[in-house]
Design a protein around this ligand. Structure first.
Ligand SMILES: Cc1cc2nc3c(=O)[nH]c(=O)nc-3n(C[C@H](O)[C@H](O)[C@H](O)COP(=O)(O)OP(=O)(O)OC[C@H]3O[C@@H](n4cnc5c(N)ncnc54)[C@H](O)[C@@H]3O)c2cc1C
Length: 403
């Protein structure tokens, strides 16, 4: 028997699928060719439609204006939204804002919530999350070159960050910086909320990524902090809690990210099947009759189903406990789904021939942007190393008791 989505969201899932297909697919070509700014106004209208339908903020509790879904329910919706690169934005659950919302909900003071979280939930502003630096390995966030030095009632930030998604046009950044370089390894840094109009906050440029510079939400900015002075009231959490906060942000948001990737896989799979059935290599000779193609389709279906069930099971287990208890599983799905994603997109491109490299289907966009899945939110290698270390420790402990 197949896994069945909870009854209360079954109709919702098909309604959302229809909305994404009818309202968002038609905007995609303009987005691929002319960029985010070219569709921003149209998306603002779609956001109003989404709000009116009661679908705003699927990741947030109802009392804060969200849909009040469980982790599994939200995961299932994230997969529907993942079918279009514009859908998460239309529902105000796009990265990095959704992770920042959760962080602010859990860690911000009431005045920080009023000033920064409220407009984010309303969709009036965007934000970004700035940890990675060009000069230091992003895989080791305990080692930050950016510093925040206390000066009276302020902190003064100096440093350099890059690959900061959505920095262009963001109202504020949540920035990780070293506050105590001689402290214990995991207590050296802190998180700060930095409005982007603060003097000394400099967006140098959007980094060309796979040949495109992007803009607005669909870009990755390079930032400089030059004597950027912010009040101590903008410290998020306590001093020295930067690393702990960084970790908190990543658990559940990785589950949603993995389900978004499942959505990308499903769209790519649909496109490959559709094309294989329609494309003829000779009169009456569809591509779908060729064994190479059949192999790719069968492999893709099996891999997507396996990945989907693994993520849903992780979401379900996390719902019953918490993201710390299930962190091994979350690490496993992060690299497993990212790799499945790469294989499925690649096969879909190959089946389409040269058409797969154009913007006439979303496959070229997926191919360019989703390669990053194996890097951001922790690289494949770091997830594997961490998972293996803990798995072996547990195996050793249980083996010493009997095997
Ligand atoms: C599209 C995209 C969007 C991003 N958005 C953001 C954002 O919004 N905010 C932000 O702060 N960052 C963002 N990043 C940066 C991302 O978090 C980093 O790229 C990631 O953490 C890896 O860091 P790095 O690029 O410095 O690579 P490095 O850490 O230098 O790693 C290089 C290679 O070494 C490997 N490696 C590292 N450590 C080990 C080890 N101990 N053992 C074995 N191998 C190892 C890695 O797996 C990798 O293959 C984004 C990146 C991309 C691609």
């Amino acid at each position: 028997m197949n896994f069945e989505p909870p009854k209360r969201i079954q109709t919702l899932l098909s309604d959302i699928r229809r909305f994404v297909e009818r309202e968002l697919y038609p905007l995609e070509l303009t987005f691929f060719t002319d960029g985010f700014a070219a569709v921003e106004d149209a998306l603002a209208q779609k956001r109003q439609d989404v709000k009116a339908r009661g679908w705003w903020l699927p990741q947030i509790a109802t009392e804060l204006g969200g849909m009040g879904l469980s982790l599994v329910e939200h995961a299932l919706i994230a997969a529907e939204l993942g079918r279009s690169p514009l859908a998460h934005y239309a529902f105000n659950c796009q990265s990095p804002d959704s992770g920042n919302m959760v962080l602010l909900l859990e860690r911000a003071t009431s005045s920080q919530k009023e000033r920064f979280l409220k407009p984010l939930l309303e969709g009036e502003v965007r934000s970004c999350f700035a940890v990675t630096e060009p000069e230091r390995a992003g895989s080791n966030p305990t080692w930050q070159g950016t510093t925040a030095v206390r000066n009276g009632d302020d902190y003064v930030l100096n440093g350099h960050k890059w690959f900061i998604t959505g920095a262009d046009g963001a109202a504020f950044a949540i920035v990780m910086a070293t506050t105590n370089p001689d402290g214990a390894l995991h207590e050296r840094s802190s998180m700060f909320i930095v409005p982007t109009d603060t003097p000394g906050f400099i967006l140098e440029e959007n980094v060309f990524t796979m040949g495109r510079q992007g803009e607005g939400w669909a870009s990755n900015g390079e930032l400089r902090f030059r004597d950027c002075r912010i009040p101590k009231a903008n410290l998020l959490g306590g001093e020295g809690e930067g690393y702990a906060i960084w970790q908190e942000r990543l658990g559940p948001s990785r589950i949603h990210q993995c389900m978004r990737w499942i959505g990308v896989c499903e769209r790519s799979y649909d496109l490959m099947c559709d094309f294989a059935l329609k494309r003829e290599v000779g009169p009456g000779e569809p591509l779908a009759d060729k064994q190479f193609v059949q192999g790719w389709i069968a492999e893709s279906r099996g891999e997507i189903d396996a990945a989907r069930l693994l993520v849903l099971d992780t979401a379900w287990q996390t719902e019953k406990s918490n993201a710390i208890e299930t962190r091994d599983r979350i690490g496993l799905i992060k690299f497993h789904v990212a790799q499945t994603l790469g294989r499925v997109i690649d096969r879909a491109v190959q089946i389409h021939g040269a058409l797969g490299l154009t913007d006439w289907t979303p496959l070229a966009y997926f191919y360019r942007t989703e390669r990053g899945a194996r890097l951001y939110d922790g690289t494949d290698e770091v997830h594997k190393l961490n998972a293996a270390r803990r798995l072996l420790r547990r195996y050793r402990e249980s083996a010493s008791g009997g095997a």
